[in-house]
Design a protein around this ligand. Structure first.
Ligand SMILES: [Zn+2]
Length: 461
């Protein structure tokens, strides 16, 4: 078939390629990430046989259409069970779409995908596993406890064999677990290498587009948050879903980081339990611990994760450094940002924290990216430091700047609504957020503050 062997160096971190070895990747800046991979260059004709659909390119060229005549038609979607998955997908599965489902190993990606396969009872689903045996998947399905007679399991890693089975079963949805285990005969490098992952994904993409069959690919993410191997996958697929969470905690966040068919700010929340993953429809209620007595070191933040307002409990413990060098530790919060906030408290607000140990915890093991959590966090730190509890009916929504000023946060009305819904009586927000806000619209009392000192004054003063 007239092919020639080609060798290329790939950055294992970002997927950049180079004809020669490089010590430092010019694309992502990582050192020693270039690995030689043998790539067999295939001819164009051999590509058409890849998934043996017998289809040829139709050869019909598109014609320009007047913008006004283009219908703003919604994509017809396959309805999926469950509100959370429906939400992150932007309303359901779009036929022919390629979805990348990424996350760290062991946090429940396979479980969620198998749950999806089992619940789609009117759909012929093919679940391809390169990681687990059919028996292991059967045991997992038994644990989940849903029976279906439309879900096929295939233990296979060679894409050509997979496509052969696909032509026989004609599934309406294909799930690949995982893309890193697949290999195609057209490339010689080992499974999981950048060129293999990219080529296998390219074959799945062609299959999805030509047959209009949606494909979900599970992809493992390395510790630094990159998809193992290629960032390059994210550019190829229609939708990227990210499954996050601390494997020692029960909560999992499902984020949309890319979506050609919907918004990218969507968030789904799940709770992991013995049998599988359960949807959390009202996250605020479980992320706040109800206490008989107010406790020092606890403050509630009205945050926004994705498009979803969520009230989250921040906890702080401040104590005298026992071993000379003060410790700083944060769970669910960026440690550098914590250092910054502590420096602001020290320098701008006159609190002596440099000789104290400071421990921060965000309840539920959830990682919060919204800067609107700052004010609550700072209040929790000071509450612990002064050993003065913050009344339980108060919550906070504001970013803290380098001068100790309270900066405005996005969608303040949504946060206030959520706080009100959960029965809070007072919410502290930035005075810059006052504009355009009608306090009469809310029954909760809104305290506007400009600087951290004002907050302390109102709380403890
Ligand atoms: Zn790189």
């Amino acid at each position: 078939m007239g092919s020639k062997v080609k060798k290329t160096y790939f950055c294992q971190s970002c997927g950049a390629q180079s004809p020669k070895w490089l010590g430092r990747c010019p694309s992502c800046g990582e050192w020693n990430t270039y690995v030689e991979e043998v790539v067999q260059k295939e001819t164009k004709n051999s590509r058409l046989q890849v998934f043996a659909t017998g289809r040829q390119e139709k050869g019909v060229a598109n014609k320009p259409v007047l913008l006004q005549e283009v219908g703003s038609q919604e994509y017809p979607r396959i309805q999926v069970p469950g509100r959370e998955l429906t939400r992150v997908l932007g309303g359901g599965i779009v036929p022919g779409s390629l979805v990348l489902f990424g996350g760290e190993p062991g946090i429940g990606k396979s479980t969620l995908m198998l749950q999806l396969a089992l619940r789609l009872k009117n759909l012929r689903v093919l679940y391809v596993s390169g990681e687990e045996s059919e028996q292991q998947i059967r045991m997992r399905a038994d644990r989940i406890g849903i029976t279906t007679d439309t879900c096929f399991i295939l233990q296979e890693t060679n894409t050509q064999n997979i496509f052969q089975q696909i032509t026989e079963i004609e599934p309406q949805l294909v799930i690949i677990d995982s893309i890193q285990t697949l290999h195609t005969s057209y490339i010689e490098s080992s499974p999981g290498s950048v060129s293999q992952v990219r080529e296998c994904a390219a074959e799945l993409l062609r299959f999805a587009k030509e047959t209009n069959t949606p494909v979900f690919m599970i992809g493992h993410i390395t510790k630094d948050g990159n998809l193992a191997g290629p960032k390059v996958l994210e550019h190829m697929v229609d939708t990227v879903l990210q499954f996050e969470g601390d494997r020692n905690h029960v909560y999992r966040l499902l984020r949309t980081t890319k979506n050609r068919f919907g918004s990218t700010n969507e968030l789904g929340i799940y709770e992991m339990y013995g049998e599988g993953l359960r949807e959390v429809t009202n996250p605020s209620e479980i992320l706040i611990t109800s206490r008989d007595q107010p406790t020092s070191g606890v403050a509630i933040a009205a945050t926004l994760e994705g498009n979803r307002p969520m009230l989250i409990e921040t906890q702080a413990l401040v104590s005298s450094a026992a071993y000379g060098v003060p410790q700083r530790s944060a769970t669910g919060f960026d440690l550098r940002r914590l250092s910054m906030l502590l420096a602001v408290l020290e320098k701008r607000c006159g609190f002596r924290l440099s000789l104290k140990d400071v421990f921060i915890n965000i309840a539920g093991g959830i990682r919060v990216e919204d800067p609107g959590i700052d004010m609550a966090l700072v209040c929790a730190v000071l509450s612990s430091n002064e050993d003065l509890p913050i009344p339980q009916n108060i919550c906070f929504a504001g970013e803290v700047g380098l001068t100790g000023e309270i900066r405005p946060v996005s969608r303040i009305d949504q946060r206030i609504h959520e706080a009100q819904k959960l029965g809070f009586d007072r919410i502290f927000i930035s005075s810059h957020n006052k504009k355009g806000l009608d306090p009469k619209q809310f029954s909760i009392s809104i305290e506007t503050v400009g600087k951290m000192e004002e907050v302390f004054g109102k709380l403890f003063g």
